[in-house]
Design a protein around this ligand. Sequence first.
Ligand SMILES: Cc1ncc(COP(=O)(O)O)c(C=O)c1O
Length: 413
Amino acid sequence: MPVYLDHAATTPVTPAALAAYTGQIARGGNPSSLHAAGQAARRVLEDARESLAASLRAHPTEIVFTSGGTEADNLALKGLYWARRGEDPRRRRILCSSVEHHAVADTVEWLEAHEGAEAVWLPCDRAGVTSMDALRAELEKDPGSVALVALMWANNEVGTVQPVHEAVRLCADHSVPVHSDAVQAFGHLPVDFAGSGLATLAVSGHKLGAPVGVGALVVRRDATLTPLLHGGGQQRGLRSGTLDAAGAAAFAVAAHDAVDRLPEEARRLAGLRDRLLAGIQREVPGAVVSGPPDGRVADSDGIPTRLPGIAHVTFPGCEGDSLLFLLDMAGIATSTGSACTAGVPRPSHVLLAMGRSEEEARGSQRFSLGWNSTDADVDALLRAIGPAVEHARAAGMAGHESRIETASTRGRR
Ligand SMILES: Cc1ncc(COP(=O)(O)O)c(C=O)c1O
């Protein structure tokens, strides 16, 4: 039986979400049509919107369904930036953490290259926690020039939870909107949109048991966004396009179930994660665990420091992608955690921002757990990891020098 330890990339669809999806797909209907089939689809969609809003502690009118997390991040960042700059042309600075997913980081870079934005990358500590002193200093330097702030809820590579509430408090003093990418957090940590004070929050279905292709941007009722898509004017004109009732229904069911079971499931996954980490350190002496040590709180709100289901480990002297392939041959699916363009592995910008060297960043592996992970998965990894690391080390850093050169000359953050 293959062992799947890559739930942060995508987690299998839950039986309940699959049933909701196939049920609505079989019925069909365009939620904007006026006939009975259309109105039935509209009811499924609006029920899903209400249910998802309840899971996020938001108002149903604040939910904008999208195709996923990437679209939600794009709509938030471009939409807020254009609207804020439109109101005052001095607002061009985007203050953004250095550990964002590419869906955020590359969008900010695009706004810088094409729309006159100025990106300010906020530093983080060795655990990956973004500096609130740096945020305060950048805000106070010239508050009138800040278009928005972007700070993810929890990081997808190392699992570090960010001080989002503290950031919102700092920004509120200057009436600056904050966007948070909660794609990895939603369903694994409590997410309370109403209580957060955020302007926008991005979530994605396939990270918690819905199919790929549905997500949402939660938009506070008083936030103004310029839409990216123009057409039929659906969803308050913020996101035109025929609505996907089946995807929305599946997302709502998966989110409801994840939030419903969250406390027990978070404890279960954290238990598996800690056993996995302790086992790896036993099997591979010298392996280094990334992220905040347990017991530390990310901010004064007492929020857990790490996602329960993500374990990130650096194996010195080992190429992350060699290890990935060796584990795959042993039937275990993992990830290096970092992006890979056209087959060229690059050291992770997240680990570099956390102060790791390129070599350390390249020897890393992410193991991520989800709703159907079991003790047997952890046991299988612990049996395979020692020999796999040994082989990866023996295969040496062949080709390492040339690859480092390729990666560094690509010059990505
Ligand atoms: C933190 C984070 N943001 C955004 C995304 C993109 O979401 P999607 O795959 O739904 O477009 C991902 C997916 O890996 C993610 O982990």
